[in-house]
Design a protein around this ligand. Structure first.
Ligand code: MG
Length: 342
């Protein structure tokens, strides 16, 4: 028996009946032979890690635009924190840890440069509309590997496209067809960001610890204590439901919402952030218009069949940029360049 088949048997024997088994996957975009060693979800995880979009996450904004300080989170470290939280939960609930990890590592691949400022401006100027979760799906289905995509399983793609909640509810109302592993990533994303963004905002001097309302810190005054309380609550409440769905107690859910609201008001939509957002918007707006006029400069980045839709191509090009790449192209195209020939 192949090692992969043994692993599939171990999953069948040890995982919860509600877990998503790799042997029962609904398959890939294009049929492929199974591999000797790894299950389909392990392969998906590895494909994401080896993708170019994954490497670019290291220079994409989480909250603070192109931060110079080494200790601020980026999209990459955010993604790793989400993955770690989600895996802990999946393993405790005897759900599929490999599937959970693959979804978590892929969930933010479609984020633009400059975080939500970038997403907003593309939504406004690209006629087809834009949001990062559909773009994440587009990255793995189409843009990676020169137009071929990563050919991931249905379960991983579904988890990626449904992870986002913006200012909406942590748990979607209608969860029909959602895997529990996907639901875990959705909640792990918010557990990670409300805690690390608060930590980074204090580090940046945007927030003073003393203005954080006491009731937000009753479950812990450090990120690690709060994450611990949220994760444990989620695990035990979900076990109470016999894994009918992923859930948290009302108390912890409300604290999580309150932390998010507090961050929106005092960090994400604060006057200081808005000022920076304006600059980021200008950069991307100008670059979008520039490349609409000079599509020949980016043709080589795209396969032939994609260059027919000019707007889509420019939107994909902008969305894929890191913060520093966008700044570099802006300088190159809009600032006088120092004359280097003596
Ligand atoms: Mg995220």
């Amino acid at each position: 028996m192949k090692i992969r088949e043994q692993t599939e048997k171990i999953e069948e024997a040890t995982l919860h009946p509600r877990a998503c088994l790799s042997s029962q996957s609904r398959g890939r975009q294009r049929k492929e032979r199974e591999e000797q060693i790894r299950t389909c979800f392990q392969r998906d995880r590895d494909r994401i890690i080896h993708s170019k979009s994954f490497r670019r996450l290291k220079h994409k904004t989480q909250v603070f635009l192109a931060p110079r300080g080494d200790h601020y989170r980026t999209r990459l470290t955010h993604t790793l924190e989400v993955s770690q939280i989600a895996r802990t939960i999946a393993r405790a609930l005897r759900l599929n840890e490999d599937l959970t990890e693959a979804i978590a590592l892929g969930h933010d691949l479609g984020h633009t440069p400059f975080g939500h400022a970038g997403e907003d401006i593309l939504r406004e100027i690209y006629p087809g509309g834009f949001n990062h979760f559909n773009q994440s799906l587009r990255v793995v289905e189409t843009l990676e590997r020169n137009g071929r995509g990563l050919n991931l399983t249905v379960e991983v793609r579904d988890g990626i496209v449904k992870h986002s909640k913006g200012k909406g509810r942590i748990f979607s109302q209608n969860r029909k067809g959602e895997t529990l592993e996907g639901q875990i990533v959705r909640v792990s994303d918010i557990i990670a960001y409300v805690n690390h963004d608060l930590d980074d905002a204090i580090r940046a001097g945007v927030l003073k610890r003393s203005i954080i309302p006491r009731e937000l810190l009753v479950i812990g005054d450090t990120p690690s204590r709060r994450i611990d309380a949220m994760v444990k609550d989620l695990i035990y409440r979900t076990l109470d439901s016999e894994l009918e769905e992923i859930r948290m107690s009302e108390e912890i859910t409300n604290i999580t919402y309150a932390l998010r609201d507090f961050l929106y008001e005092n960090v994400y939509e604060s006057d200081r952030s808005k000022k920076e957002f304006k600059k980021a918007r200008k950069i991307l707006f100008d670059l979008y218009n520039y490349y609409m006029e000079h599509t020949e400069e980016i043709f080589k980045e795209f396969p032939k069949e994609m260059v027919k839709d000019k707007e889509r191509m420019v939107c994909d090009f902008i969305a894929g940029m890191t913060d520093r790449f966008a700044i570099m192209l802006y300088e190159q195209n809009f600032m006088p360049q120092p004359w280097v020939v003596f």
